[in-house]
Design a protein around this ligand. Structure first.
Ligand code: TXA
Ligand code: MG
Length: 316
């Protein structure tokens, strides 16, 4: 049976909140991408997420809560982590922190690590749902594992429609890129995944961010599999123009007419458009998608990270 797409009325919010408390899966909008939510304290509900996504079970999940106080009940905040939370929550920052000994969240969410990823999303519907549910909500992006992240309710319906109880429709996601994942280990901040908050902004609060490669103590974000965003088409990056038979995805004012991540060269706009355009331009006719270069600054780092994964060779 296909999932029910629900418009965001108060009754429907309550229906979704109840479904979560009953251990069912609910897809909901956040400002970054749509999440595939389940009660994070319910092992079976969390297992159903892995099952629905076809996700390797070693990949841990982000737990969503309505505010910092709710996060403090789950994980240990040192000074630096608290400053980051105060600066960027609600918003597109996920913090990976040590689980509290009394953390009620399923160990499946941590996938064997002693840490837990937590985030307070900024989307009004997400926060209303989290408050109404009154349980922490584990939610990866609401796409089958290895596929593009959904930035509209219909992307969820197409990818996972059969597997969720409800999809709460919040329209297109404003940020359009997953959250930035930062771990704080021994008082040092490590960038585990670039995302919706630019690393430069985080460095203004945290000082220089370490990269996982340079910090052997930090567990690498297991979600950083090379080919994690695979569209069906082959992708060619840094394309100056389309070759014969290719489809071009432009960026900036110099691009020829056609699909363009941001005709004005605005990286925020490009981030918001990225997954939707990759979805729209995808297909299995064997043609290659050639993508024009995107500058490696600010949100461009996260955009290029997703593009490189989308382009990674999937045969190996
Ligand atoms: O914007 C987002 O972050 C969206 C929305 C729904 O919140 N969620 C999302 O979740 O992108 P997911 O599961 O697709 O990606 C979570 C990332 C993965 O790279 C995962 O490996 C990493 O966070 N992660 C989660 N828990 C971790 C942990 N304890 N240690 C290290 N990395 C962790
Ligand atoms: Mg994902």
């Amino acid at each position: 049976m296909a999932a029910m797409l629900l418009e965001p009325t108060p009754e429907n919010l309550e229906t979704c909140a109840r479904a979560l408390r009953e251990g069912r899966l609910v897809a909901f909008p956040t400002e970054t991408v749509y999440g595939l939510g389940a009660d994070a304290t319910d092992d079976r509900a969390v297992a159903a997420i892995f099952e629905a996504k076809g996700r390797p079970s070693f990949n841990p999940l982000i737990v969503h809560v309505p505010d910092l106080a709710a996060a403090e009940a789950l994980v240990e905040f040192g000074d630096l982590a608290r400053r980051l939370a105060q600066a960027f929550w609600p918003g597109a920052l996920t913090l990976v922190l040590p689980r509290r000994p009394d953390c009620p969240v399923s160990l499946l969410c941590s996938a064997g690590l002693e840490t837990l990823a937590v985030r307070v999303p900024a989307h009004g519907l997400a926060r209303a749902l989290l408050r109404a549910a009154s349980v922490p909500v584990a939610a990866p992006s609401a796409n089958p594992s290895g596929r593009l992240s959904p930035t509209e309710a219909r992307h969820v319906a197409e990818g996972l429609g059969e597997k969720v109880a409800y999809i709460l429709n919040g329209g297109p996601c404003a940020v359009g890129l997953e959250s930035t994942v930062v771990g704080v280990f021994d008082g040092r901040a490590v960038l585990l995944r670039p995302g919706g908050v630019a690393a430069e902004e985080i460095e203004e609060v945290a000082g220089p961010l370490a990269l996982p490669e340079s910090d052997p103590a930090a567990p690498r974000s297991p979600g950083m599999l090379a080919s994690h965003y695979a569209p069906k088409r082959p992708i060619r990056l840094n394309a100056a123009e389309a070759r014969d038979g290719e489809i071009l995805l432009g960026f900036g004012a110099d691009a020829p007419p056609g699909p363009n991540l941001s005709p004005s060269g605005d990286l925020g706009e490009a981030a918001a458009n990225l997954f939707r355009m990759l979805h729209e331009l995808d297909g299995d006719d064997g043609r290659t998608l050639a993508v024009m270069p995107v500058p490696e600054t600010g949100l461009g780092r996260a955009i290029n990270d997703r593009l490189r994964r989308a382009a990674a060779d999937r045969d190996g």
